[in-house]
Design a protein around this ligand. Structure first.
Ligand code: FMN
Length: 206
């Protein structure tokens, strides 16, 4: 297996994919690593929708400016809730109780902390907050696929309201499309040099 730095050098935002599907076991590893992503207060405000229907994919292709990568063998849509409510609090508390083999009623302190956050947050702030959390999981996904030598195309350039409409999303919204698969030898993007700021430009010591 490549080291993490080798994997991050190897990966690139893929434009054109082969038709080859990702083996189920590999896809499950990618999804499991993504599922294990951390988030603030453990709210996990994300849901990935795998697009299997050719009709839905075609409509998303149109809504995504006909980007070639939307034709990748696997297409995921990263969605986030529009707001957080007591329902989200309940879900987190129940998951914690299940994982710890505890009665949810014993987690009142944790519940109060989560509910306090929901109560004090202005509704229009939730979306940006959830997007920040969801992008942690997107980062985990992108580095996991690189280590597994699976190619990825994250895409923000699409008509989100239109994709929400296509998928019938009312309480949540699409924030990123992710094509996954294997690079086509004719994809010229793979030969582009990696463009990143130098270390001293992004890290400093004080
Ligand atoms: C969240 C996110 C959204 C992106 N959206 C698009 C997009 O809509 N279209 C596109 O061509 N590239 C998109 N990219 C690819 C970036 O332009 C690319 O990752 C960046 O230029 C660095 O190049 P590299 O990933 O090949 O190293 C996106 C990347 C990220 C992380």
């Amino acid at each position: 297996m490549k080291s993490i730095v080798e994997a991050m050098q190897w990966r690139y935002a893929t434009d054109k994919f082969l038709d080859t599907s990702i083996p189920t076991e590999t896809l499950n590893t990618i999804l499991e690593a993504t599922r294990l992503s951390p988030s603030s207060m453990n709210f996990q405000p994300w849901k990935y929708i795998s697009i299997q229907s050719p009709e839905l994919r075609e409509q998303i292709f149109e809504a995504g400016g006909k980007q070639e990568a939307i034709k990748a063998p696997t297409l995921l849509v990263l969605t986030i809730p529009n707001i957080l409510t007591t329902h989200n609090v309940d879900n987190v508390v129940l998951a914690a109780a299940k994982a710890r083999n505890a009665d949810p009623s014993t987690l009142t302190g944790y519940r109060s902390m989560l509910q306090g956050f929901v109560d004090k947050t202005a509704p229009e702030k939730f979306f940006d907050w959830s997007r920040r959390q969801a992008y942690i999981s997107l980062g985990v996904l992108l580095s996991t696929v690189a280590q597994l030598e699976v190619d990825a195309a994250p895409m923000e350039g699409f008509d989100a309201p239109r994709v929400n409409e296509i998928l019938g999303l009312t309480d949540s919204s699409a924030v990123t499309l992710i094509g996954l698969g294997y690079r086509h030898p004719e994809d010229t993007h793979q030969s582009w040099p990696k463009v990143r700021f130098d270390m001293e430009e992004i890290f400093e010591t004080r």
